[in-house]
Design a protein around this ligand. Structure first.
Ligand code: ING
Length: 330
């Protein structure tokens, strides 16, 4: 039986700081209706889809900051999106800022989150962004801030793979897509489609030499993740000039071959679609990337032992110690 997901990547143009949730939700619902018209089953929205990308500002007022977060999903302002998706029989993936209010049982937490929602409106899975880029302190010398390390904490749910839409679906968020570990952990769980949204400034205040190739870095990261794990990858941007900062667009749907099969042509609200055959990854998983047959984890100890790089001499020492520990355990 052929397993096809008719996929809609719902790119968003800029969201203004004063654009209310209801206005944004209306734009998302317009995407859902267009996706239904074009025969989609599953629609993917960008990272932090419900608001402007607020980590670009240094916000000291707690109430002002927390106005960008959701304390329930769905909540009163997002329920219309869930209701319309269910009426249309569509699943969707939604990125948003998640606030877990503190109480006597747990401290307050803030995450950069995505949920996978089934065609009946049920939440099939949740992911909280693990790789947080940028900085935690005010750096006024920058043309704009990137304060995700201040406004969110690293995700605590891992890289999970969920059953839905006839296949194995994973999620990650924005900067996660640049790290090969993201895809490989899901690849080791058999993932067949990775859904991700991103807000990516085209200018890099501290590394201006990265500006020109930023498009290439975006595509390279996602195409490599797809090919090296035999999975579809769907990358959906919030693009255009948002509150004075230009974000790359370039949303795309990438096959397990690593080839882009659909790409956005604009920097605004744009739906791109593809009929994604989940079995296209089989030949990669069964041959060139048959993990069980070809991977050699005994040589990968440094990957989980270390956070930052060490000297080659220290690397050799750690590897030798890991080898000795394995032999002692055998
Ligand atoms: N945004 C950017 C991203 O990883 C960034 C941060 C921009 C990192 C440019 C490196 C270069 O696409 C988010 N939200 O992670």
């Amino acid at each position: 039986m052929v397993r096809i997901i008719n996929l809609g990547a719902a790119q968003m143009g800029p969201i203004a700081r004063d654009e209310g949730r209801a206005q944004v939700v209306e734009r998302l619902i317009a995407h859902l209706r267009e996706a239904k018209r074009r025969g989609c089953d599953l629609v993917v929205f960008p990272e932090l889809t419900l608001t402007t990308f607020f980590p670009r500002w240094w916000l000291e007022d707690e109430a002002e900051l927390e106005a960008f977060y959701e304390t329930e999903m769905p909540g009163p302002q997002t329920r219309p999106l869930f209701d319309e998706a269910r009426r249309l029989g569509l699943g969707f993936c939604l990125g948003y800022a998640e606030l877990i209010p503190g109480d006597e049982t747990r401290r307050k937490c803030r995450f950069n989150t995505a949920v996978l929602v089934g065609a009946e409106g049920e939440i099939l899975g949740k992911y909280r962004k693990i790789h947080l880029p940028g900085h935690a302190e005010h750096e006024p010398q920058r043309a704009f801030q990137h304060l995700e390390k201040r406004y969110f904490e690293p995700g605590d749910l891992g890289f999970r793979v969920f059953r839905g839409f006839g296949g194995l679906i994973g999620m990650c968020i924005c900067n996660d897509r640049r790290w090969p570990e993201t895809y490989r952990v899901m690849g080791l769980q058999g993932v067949e489609m990775v859904l991700l949204g991103y807000n990516t400034p085209s200018r890099h205040p501290l590394t201006p030499d990265h500006d020109a190739p930023s498009w290439h870095h975006n595509t390279l990261s996602m195409q490599a993740g797809a090919y090296q794990n035999g999975t579809w990858v769907v990358g959906v941007a919030k693009g255009g000039i948002e509150e004075g900062v230009h974000h790359i667009a370039g949303s795309q749907i990438i096959a397990p071959s690593g080839e882009t099969v659909a790409q956005a042509a604009t920097e605004g609200d744009e739906l791109i679609t593809a009929a994604c055959d989940l079995d296209l990854g089989r030949s990669y998983k069964a041959h060139i990337f048959d993990f069980a047959r070809h991977r050699e984890p005994r040589h990968y100890a440094l990957i989980t032992a270390l956070k930052g790089a060490v000297t080659p001499e220290e690397g050799a020492r750690i590897e030798a110690a890991a080898q000795a520990a394995r032999e002692a355990a055998e």
